[in-house]
Design a binder for this molecule. Sequence first.
Ligand SMILES: [Fe+2]
Ligand SMILES: [Fe+2]
Length: 275
Amino acid sequence: MEGPTLYAISDLHIAYAENREILEGIRPEHDGDWLIVAGDVGELFADVEWALGLLAGRFAKVIWAPGNHELWTPREDPVQLRGEARYRRLVEVCRGLGVVTPEDDYPVWTGRGGPVVVAPLFLLYDYSFRMPGLTTKEASLAHAYEVGVVCTDEILLHPDPYPSRDAWCRARVAETERRLAEVDPGLRTVLVNHFPLVREPTRVLRYPEFAQWCGTDLTADWHLRHRAAVAVYGHLHIPRTTWHDGVRFEEVSVGYPREWRWRSAPPGRLRRVLG
Ligand SMILES: [Fe+2]
Ligand SMILES: [Fe+2]
């Protein structure tokens, strides 16, 4: 019999009934399977807790990195925490469910393809993936408003207590760099972040202005520096496999029904990362 597999998925967006059905259909193939959930489970706090709890009850281990949507503070959510406080509460909920977060010790996958350190990261973005010719965040944002391509994060993702989302990003990058430096240098890694670590995957966005909400130049060499066997991300809603400097990058998103409806592959298939 086949051994266990390390799988990944992201952008479940379970506010949509069709996506909730996809989530309910997700099951391991083997008792020892692990599942990486790379963010954008949903927006409402209770939804995220329910979804991660369901998956944690089915998989041997669930590893979560937050997406921008989990960090929104929607008006209709009874949980009105913002920014860092919301993130910390999500981490507490995950710990209660046994789900691994970016604040926990990184687990080591010892199945086929291992041993590999699986590191969920929360790094956000800093508006450095700008349009060519635009040299500042301000110019980049102004252009986005002009053409009408503005991420809802600008309204619903509060950076409190940081002065801005990019300041929060820089703090996360510094803290995460410290954590990754502590990883056994003899082990390779699976780096999991909602946003791509490198800019290249954003070049195919239909609206290139959106790239500024998709990552940071500060992580451009992390897949090499931190010995990634695989980098897992989502957010772009463009599921595919690409290679950067010889490292496999997996965009593992489900996306919105209006997006997955047109794809040839059935929605919600788990991506095999290792094993
Ligand atoms: Fe998403
Ligand atoms: Fe996202």
